[in-house]
Design a protein around this ligand. Structure first.
Ligand code: SF4
Length: 310
C-alpha cells in the first residue's frame, strides 16, 4: 500500500484524493494501516467533505468558494469545527476567481494571496478559523512572493510548495529554492515537494530540504568531500552506498564520507562519525578523533556497526 511506503519513508502527512463516494471507504482502511494524519482532497462536492469528516479524516483540503452557496460552506465549517478538523485552502495561479483576475488583469502574487484570503473569508463568516493556506505556483519567484504577502497579511499557517515542479532533478531544485528560501525567512509550517515521480521520492526530497536548513532531526545528515588529487579510494561509490544504507536510519547524526586520511578527519570535525579513505584502507573517526583503521572493503560494514551502537 502506497500510504504504508510513505509512512516508512518518514512522511508526516498524507493527502488522499477523494473524488467520489467510493473513495470514502479508503479513509478508515488507510487509517488502520498507518498512523500518519490523513488529508482528504475534495474538489467541488461538499457532501464528500462531510462524509470524510464522519469517516475520521484529520484534515480537509477544499476551497469554500468552489462548493456552492453559504449553506454548504456552513455545513462543512460546522462539521469540521465539531470534529476539530482543520481546512486547508489551496489556490494556484491557474484557477484564480474571475473577480480577482478582473482586478489584477492576470495572475500575480497578490492575486494569489487575495484568492486564498477570499476563500478563508467564506469560512470566517461562520466563525471557522482553523485554516491553513497554500498558494502554489510553478514559478518559484511567484510562489515565494505570494507566501511572503500572505505571511504579512494574515496569521494562518502556511503550507508551502512549488506546484508542477517537474521531474526529479529540476523539481527538487525548484522546490529547494522556493520552499527553502521561505523557511529561511521563518515563513511556512508544512511543506510538499511535488515531483513527476514516485511520491516516496517527494518525501526524501522534503526531508533533505529540511535537513539542509537544520530543521529536520530524524535522520542522517551527510558530509562528503568533492574528491581531489589526494583521494585514494572509490569515494563516489562509497558515499552513494553509505547514503543508500542509511536512508531509513532515524538517528539524528552527521556522517562524513571523506576521501583522504590527511584532511578528512579534520575537515569533518563536526561530524558525529565518519570514514576517511587511505591506500587500500580507511579510518573511522568520531568527532575528528580516529577510533579505528580498517581495510577498504570493510569500511562501510564497520561504519554501519559503529552507527548501530550509537
Ligand atoms: S578530504 Fe582529502 S580527498 Fe577529500 S577533498 Fe579534502 S583533501 Fe581532497
Amino acid at each position: 500500500m502506497q500510504a504504508k511506503q510513505l509512512e516508512e519513508a518518514g512522511c508526516d502527512i498524507i493527502r488522499l484524493a477523494i473524488p467520489d463516494e467510493q473513495a470514502i471507504s479508503l479513509i478508515p482502511a488507510i487509517k488502520k494501516e498507518v498512523s500518519v494524519p490523513l488529508v482528504a482532497d475534495i474538489h467541488f462536492d461538499y457532501r464528500l467533505a462531510l462524509r470524510a469528516v464522519e469517516a475520521g479524516i484529520d484534515k480537509i483540503r477544499i476551497n469554500p468558494g468552489n462548493i456552492g452557496d453559504d449553506s454548504k460552506v456552513k455545513a462543512v465549517a460546522d462539521a469540521c469545527r465539531e470534529h476539530h478538523v482543520p481546512i486547508r485552502i489551496g489556490v494556484n495561479s491557474g484557477s484564480l476567481e474571475k473577480h480577482i483576475l478582473a482586478q489584477y488583469g492576470h495572475p500575480t502574487p497578490q492575486a494569489l494571496c487575495d484568492s486564498a484570503l477570499y476563500h478563508a473569508s467564506l469560512l470566517e463568516k461562520f466563525d471557522f478559523t482553523d485554516i491553513v493556506l497554500s498558494m502554489k505556483s510553478s514559478h518559484v519567484d511567484f510562489m515565494a512572493e505570494a507566501y511572503q504577502l500572505a505571511a504579512e497579511q494574515c496569521r494562518y499557517p502556511l503550507h508551502l510548495g512549488v506546484t508542477e515542479a517537474g521531474t526529479e532533478r529540476m523539481g527538487v531544485i525548484k522546490s529547494a529554492i522556493g520552499i527553502g528560501s521561505l523557511l529561511l525567512q521563518g515563513i511556512g509550517d508544512t511543506i510538499r515537494v511535488s515531483l513527476t515521480d514516485d511520491p516516496v521520492k517527494e518525501v526524501y526530497a522534503a526531508q533533505d530540504i529540511l535537513k539542509a536548513l537544520g530543521l529536520y532531526h530524524k535522520g542522517v545528515q551527510f558530509i562528503s568531500c568533492p574528491t581531489c588529487g589526494r583521494t585514494r579510494i572509490d569515494l563516489i561509490a562509497l558515499a552513494h552506498q553509505a547514503e543508500e544504507m542509511l536512508k531509513n536510519c532515524r538517528k539524528d547524526i552527521t556522517v562524513a564520507i571523506m576521501g583522504c586520511v590527511v584532511n578528512g578527519p579534520g575537515e569533518a570535525k563536526e561530524a558525529d562519525i565518519g570514514i576517511a579513505g587511505g591506500e587500500g584502507c580507511g579510518l573511522i573517526f568520531k568527532k575528528g578523533e580516529i577510533i579505528k583503521k580498517v581495510p577498504e572493503e570493510q569500511l562501510l560494514t564497520e561504519l554501519m556497526l559503529e552507527i548501530e551502537r550509537m
